[in-house]
Ligand binder design. Sequence first.
Ligand SMILES: [Zn+2]
Length: 323
Amino acid sequence: MIKAPIEQILEKIAKLSNTSIEEVKRKVEAKKALFSGLISDEGAAQIVASELGVSFQEKELQIIDLLSGMKKVNVSGKIIAIDPIRKFVRGGKELEVASFEIADSTGSIKVVVWDTKHIELLKKEIIKEGSVIEIKKADVKGIATKELHLTSSSEIVLSDKKIETIVRTNNKKISKISELRKNENALIRATVVQLFNPSFFNVCPECSMKTTFENDKTLCIKHGLVIPKKRIILSGIADDGSANVRILFFHEAALKFLAESIENLQNPEIIIEKKQKILGTEYIFAGRMRKNALFDREEFVVNDFSEVNPEEIIKELSKKNAF
Ligand SMILES: [Zn+2]
């Protein structure tokens, strides 16, 4: 493992990306600010490097430094738990996905493998609980919970490194919908079984209160005549097998979930397309249960989400005939 002092890392990023060292430092500081100081200099440098197209493949990271969006990272850890191998059918083919958790002295993370050669390592118990492994060229995914995803070009090798102290940080509990309590912040893992047409409304640009429309004029009760801002609300039903729940996405969350601009979302054809993509898809939703007094029902207000089996990984692997 190369333990380069941060100055050397920054110099290397600058050199490899043809950027000045000052510019690299500025980007690293901006990245640290963006993550509210939750990442180390090295973690921030890694993200800046990948954004500048610089690969850091020989630099091994600690689990605490792994951040969603990083690509081709190297990390070592001790396997502390293995999930049962799951089978699923895509495009008429039966595929398998395996997952396990690794930990080092800084934290733990779930590792997801799709490639048969990696799944074989588990089946043949070449790697098992207690094994210390080195993972090369894995991608960090997930928003609600971080995951390390391996592709067919990733590697898993047994390591002779000793990992004595481990810290578990990836044990954020996924709640069953049937057990959600009011006002509780929770993570749920559920499939979207219904998605309603989004509703649009206008708000005052100054106070964000709903505006009214009278005699061709948009009025705010406080600010009088205004040019309104358009807002969107999206709702649907998610089911995790224990129960179903109404899920609600306010403006920013709705735009992020639908991955489309508010202008395009007013086109009914685009809404149909989005529904086709989202219905039947499993997500991890982070949010909060609340009571909607008006309709006398409970709703889960989503503030973040990540897809459970990202389509693109399956597509990428299918292309390479990995299965
Ligand atoms: Zn107003």
